[in-house]
Design a protein around this ligand. Structure first.
Ligand SMILES: NC(=O)c1ccc[n+]([C@@H]2O[C@H](COP(=O)([O-])OP(=O)(O)OC[C@H]3O[C@@H](n4cnc5c(N)ncnc54)[C@H](O)[C@@H]3O)[C@@H](O)[C@H]2O)c1
Length: 415
């Protein structure tokens, strides 16, 4: 989704966004059954609150827009009061055009903003195109698939003096940020493990790119790899990655993904303490998109660090659906007493609002993009090790070897 922030003259901002499940809650075969309908809803609400102005949505197939508009009218306009759902669509007139994002971005002015929630393999080209035109960018995880591309985005954002954040919303989960603060007093890092899975049904939505353009490690482990990089910032650095994969479910009936598709990927990562040469730690990150159906929760997840565990949300049991877990800390969809959207404190919302606030502050010349690198916010510069680990994991799987991570002339590189 690109968004438009008109800087000094205007107090509101304009933006465009992509039209996938995370943006609209629309999967192409009906409304998403997951809790992923975040970006559009958040931006419509931020417009109601005066922080953004003109909105646009970009996809590849413009033929989807009538169904998307109807879906938004029913699921946002019909549920919350005072939501202006207007937006400009790209490509126009029902056309199909994978380069429509260029037309949308060309219409923006420096200081406007783009929010990119497109398939992993397209993040780099779209983000770079926007940054080079002076547009602030919020790109979803994984920021890029290649470490070299991540480094190029860091350099471009610096050169063009724009805010570039990666939408690592778990950094805004109060449980996680509290855990980060507690870890600070637990001494040297020793062991971290993270597990995250989604039900097999996701493969129906992602069949178009699963195994071809990206893998489940990029898609899901990116969350907890980033959390561990964030927690360990200033404490330890990753030095070596070995990956292993389970296969056979995604490539069988009824999913029939391409032969390269892994089901479950595990990365084993060595970490070296920055302050103590003798202290080394180990992290294990596992992600799967072949978890059983109807397990109640969309993204099953837990992580463990030095004896601390996180669990949040609550469960609801309904006759036909069975037991399901809800996480209002992420997105609260039930309206307020007045009938308005009421999820402004959810970390899915906060994550987008923090980016909009940073872009507005830079446009108003109250801060500089580089200021945000000195904070715990997920700037492109602050998230480079997450991409280093993910990229190393992919190479380890493809080349069946351990992959080293090191710093060279001020940049992180793989060996
Ligand atoms: N932060 C999170 O928790 C989270 C959750 C889900 C997805 N994501 C990320 O968001 C991205 C998209 O996920 P999704 O669930 O919305 O997938 P999706 O398949 O439902 O949607 C992808 C959309 O991108 C659009 N697109 C593809 N190529 C494009 C191009 N060249 N220009 C413009 N638009 C293009 C398509 O039209 C499609 O609508 C992925 O990178 C995924 O990792 C993040």
């Amino acid at each position: 989704m690109p968004s438009r922030i008109l800087g000094q003259k205007k107090t509101q901002q304009d933006y465009d966004s992509s039209i996938g499940e995370y943006t609209t809650g629309w999967t192409g075969s009906g409304a998403s059954k997951s809790d992923k309908k975040v970006v559009g809803l958040t931006l419509f609400d931020l417009r109601r609150l005066g922080k953004v102005d003109r909105l646009g949505m970009v996809g590849v197939n413009g033929g989807k827009f009538p169904a998307i508009r109807q879906h938004l009218a029913e699921n946002i306009g019909g549920v919350y009061k005072d939501m202006d759902l207007s937006f400009e669509e790209f490509p126009k007139q029902g056309k199909t055009d994978p380069d429509a994002y260029k037309e949308a971005i060309d219409r923006l002015s420096p200081g406007d903003a783009v929010i990119v929630f497109t398939p992993d393999s397209t993040h780099y080209a779209i983000s770079l195109y926007a940054i080079e035109r002076g547009i602030h960018v919020l790109v979803t995880k994984p920021a890029t698939q290649l470490l070299s591309h991540h480094n190029a985005l860091i350099a471009a954002a610096k050169k063009h003096n724009v805010v570039c954040f990666v939408e690592h919303h778990k950094r805004f989960d109060p449980v996680y940020s509290d855990a980060k603060a507690r870890v600070a007093s637990l001494g040297e890092f020793n062991f971290f493990s993270a597990w995250m899975s989604q039900p097999k049904s996701q493969l129906e939505t992602f069949r178009a790119w699963a195994g071809k353009d990206s893998d489940i490690s990029y898609y899901l482990s990116s969350h907890h790899i980033d959390i561990s990089c964030w927690i360990l910032d200033g404490k330890a650095v990753p030095t070596r990655v070995v990956a292993s994969a389970a296969t056979g479910i995604a490539t069988s009936e009824p999913y029939n993904c391409v032969p390269e598709t892994e089901d479950t990927i595990t990365l084993l990562v060595d970490w070296q303490s920055i302050n103590s040469p003798k202290h080394k730690g180990t992290a294990v990150y596992t992600a799967s998109w072949t978890a059983p159906l109807k397990s109640g929760v969309h993204s099953s997840q837990h992580w463990y660090y030095m004896g601390e565990k996180a669990h949040r949300g609550y469960d609801v049991t309904v006759d036909d659906v069975g037991k399901s877990w809800s996480n209002p800390f992420y997105m609260k969809y039930s309206p307020s007493e007045s009938g308005h959207f009421d999820g402004q404190r959810g970390y899915g919302y906060v994550s987008i609002e923090k980016f909009i606030d940073a872009a507005r502050s830079v446009n108003a010349m109250k801060s500089k993009p580089a200021d945000y690198d000195a904070t715990g916010l997920p700037t492109i510069a602050n998230t480079v090790l997450t991409t280093a680990i993910l990229n190393a994991g992919r190479i380890s799987l493809d080349e069946k070897r351990p992959v080293g991570i090191k710093q060279q002339s001020g940049s992180w590189v793989l060996e």
